[in-house]
Structure formats: C-alpha cells, structure tokens
Design a protein around this ligand. Structure first.
Ligand code: NAD
Length: 348
C-alpha cells in the first residue's frame, strides 16, 4: 500500500508513518516543518521526528506545504491512502494569527481533498478533526464539581457523541478552521464519492510529542515536571479530558482504512473514552507519583472557550471499527515519562 502522511514530521504523523513503514507499506511524509513557527515557540528540535523517520527505508520524506496546491497535487497523486495530519494545532495561535490558521487548516485541507479528488487512485482519506468543532456548546452540558475534577452529570456520563450540536456557539478560529475541513471531508464523500473518514479527536499523547504550554498539555506537563519548569494552570485545574495514547489512535485509523468503502463519509469521536479520563490536577499528582518531582504551579484566568469537561463517547468507533483503547493513562504516561527522561537534553 502507498500511504501519504501530510504533517508526517509532527507528533501523530510520525507515529502513523512508523506504523505503516513497519507494516511493509511505502510511506511518503510531506511536511513543511513549521510547527515551531506556527506556535511561536518550541524547543529548537523541529527536525527531531524528521530525522527519526529518515532511519526507515520505506519512508520517503518530502518538504512541502499543503497550502500550495501544485505541491500537494503532485505528492498526492499516486497514493492508496492519505492521512491528513498537517495543521496549525493551537487554539491560542489561532486567536493571534487567524489568517495563518485558516490558510493552514481550512485551505490546506481543501487542497488535500481536491488533490485526492483529481487523483486517479481514489485514495482512502483520514481527516484529523477535533473536539473543538463542538465549541462552547460543550459548556452547556451540566457538570458536577469534585475535589480535583469536574465530571459530566448523568446526561453525558458516556461522553459526547457524533450528533452533538456544532451550531450557534463560539468555536475560536481553530475550531472554525478545523470544522471547515471536517465538513469538506464529509461533503467530498457525499458529493464526489471520496472515501473519507473524519476523526474528532480528544487529547492524544505519547512519545515524540513536543508539547508546549499552548498545545499538547500531557506532554507539556511531563516535560515541565522532568525539566523542573513552572506550570501555569488556566482556570482551576479541575478540567477533565479523555486521553488516548497515540498508538491506540493509529490502530483506529488503520481500522478505518481497512473498511474505508463501507465507512466512507463517517465521523468518529475518538479519545480514551469515559474509562480513560484525567484532570489537570490529577495528571500533576500522577507525574509526582512517577517521578518524585512536582513543578511549581501558578493559576491564571480561564482561556477562551476552554471546555471544563470533554469526554468522547467512543461507542461508534468501538462498534464500527472493532476498536478499543488498550493503553490506560497510567501506562501511557509512564511511557511518556520514560521517553522524556531519556531525552531531557531536547527540552532545554
Ligand atoms: N495532539 C492532539 O491532542 C490533537 C487533538 C485533536 C486534533 N489534533 C489534530 O491532529 C493533527 C496532528 O496534531 P499533532 O499533535 O501531531 O501536531 P504537530 O504540530 O506535532 O504536527 C503537525 C505537523 O504539521 C506540519 N505542518 C503545519 N503546517 C503545514 C503545512 N502548511 N504544510 C505541511 N505541513 C505542515 C507541522 O510542521 C507539523 O509537523 C492536527 O491536524 C491537529 O489539529 C491533534
């Protein structure tokens, strides 16, 4: 199988590329290595995943930009599968640079879909959407407050499912640009018969994740704890997310790809689900348990459209993809702690 991974030098993309290369497939990674520029900060190791993937014979690396249609069309033309991961990924950066966010996420996704439409191979396409498409509507769901966490009340105790409203609320520019791609991916299936699958992802975490304060919070808290940097909590730290280890996510994508004709145009909420939730305060406590360290914590105001609780209802993915998360937060965070511990010099 020929697999194209846009944004393949990023955290999730690098795991997808590795998975298919190890599976014996021919993988092309297409990335403009812009993560640090887009976020306005990073660790100066933008080439780390790129270089890591260079060690795989079956991975071809191409530097290029999904906002450039000609480049995207050329790289997309001969593939059986396209996994579109390239994006501007931070809500905060979308608020200060909405035009770049729109170009990267909305136009970039449109270009990938359009390139797939005119390709002669009729590829299966995975689009990596986000829980942020539900925007502030999530905050209308009732929550109950515990000592260290919020939780949905009974109504949403199994989490948020795919039919939850996306309308009539604030989303932030990131939520809008990702939703534009989400709707286009669905529509290109309905209108042109493209074999697209939309995955509205909650928090994904794992090794090779260069988390910063604005994006990738599980990795950021781990890095901060191990490198003894302070952590700022926006809000009260009781926010809860269902977290999913990256290798579990990749298995879900692969399951869709195996069934792409039957599931074309479908949307899946995907995360750790109700059994794999953690609050910010609980993660800090878990990291202290695992490392014996605790970063100094300070508190600031809530950030725009932050969701007090987001938990994916993963019933549809479980059933249609015959998939279930295998790595729980304790195991997954341990793997991340081990990786950061071995690579501390990357985070100075
Ligand atoms: N990590 C999460 O928890 C999470 C949650 C929900 C959705 N997502 C989505 O998953 C995808 C991947 O996220 P990630 O955490 O791996 O982020 P990442 O920043 O590590 O990876 C994104 C990659 O895209 C590349 N890129 C950016 N603009 C590009 C462009 N114009 N052309 C080509 N490449 C470009 C970047 O250089 C980077 O390598 C994104 O679409 C994001 O919106 C992630």
């Amino acid at each position: 199988m020929r697999v194209l991974v846009t944004g393949g030098a990023g955290f999730i993309g690098s795991h997808i590329a590795e998975f298919y290369a190890k599976n014996g497939d021919d993988v092309t990674v297409f990335d403009n290595l812009s993560r640090d520029n887009l976020l306005g900060k990073g660790y100066g190791n933008i080439n780390y995943n790129w270089n890591y993937l260079g060690g795989f014979e079956r991975i071809k690396r191409i530097k290029g930009d999904v906002t450039n249609f000609e480049e995207t069309k050329n790289v997309a033309k001969d593939n059986d599968v396209i996994i579109h991961v390239a994006a501007q990924t931070a809500v905060t950066a979308s608020l200060t640079a909405p035009q770049t966010d729109f170009a990267t996420n909305a136009l970039g996704t449109f270009n990938v879909l359009e390139a797939a439409r005119i390709s002669e191979t009729n590829p299966a396409i995975v689009y990596t959407s986000t829980n942020k498409v539900y925007g502030d509507n999530i905050n209308r769901a009732k929550v109950v407050e515990g000592a260290n966490r919020y939780a949905f009340d009974e109504t949403f105790k199994s989490g948020v499912s795919e039919d939850f409203s996306i309308d009539r609320c604030e989303h932030t520019p990131y939520g809008c640009s990702k939703l534009a791609g989400d709707l286009y991916a669905q529509d290109y299936s309905k209108t042109y018969g493209l074999k697209t699958g939309v995955f509205r992802m909650s928090c994904i975490y794992g090794t090779r994740q260069f988390g910063v304060e604005d994006q990738g919070w599980v990795a950021w808290f781990t890095i901060a704890t191990l490198t003894e940097k302070p952590i700022t909590l926006y809000g009260d730290g009781k926010q809860v997310r269902d977290i999913l280890y990256v290798e579990d996510l990749v298995r879900a994508f692969d399951s869709f790809i195996q069934r792409n004709t039957a599931l074309s145009g479908e949307v899946f909420n995907i995360g750790g689900g109700a059994e794999n939730t953690i609050s910010l305060l609980e993660l800090i406590a878990l990291l202290e348990q695992l490392t014996g360290k605790r970063s100094p914590i300070s508190y600031r105001d809530w950030r725009p459209s932050d969701q007090k609780v987001y938990v994916s209802n993963i019933s549809k993915a479980r059933q249609a993809l015959e998939w279930t998360p295998k790595v729980n937060p304790m195991e997954g965070v341990k793997k991340l702690v081990n990786w950061v511990s071995k690579n501390k010099s990357l985070f100075n």
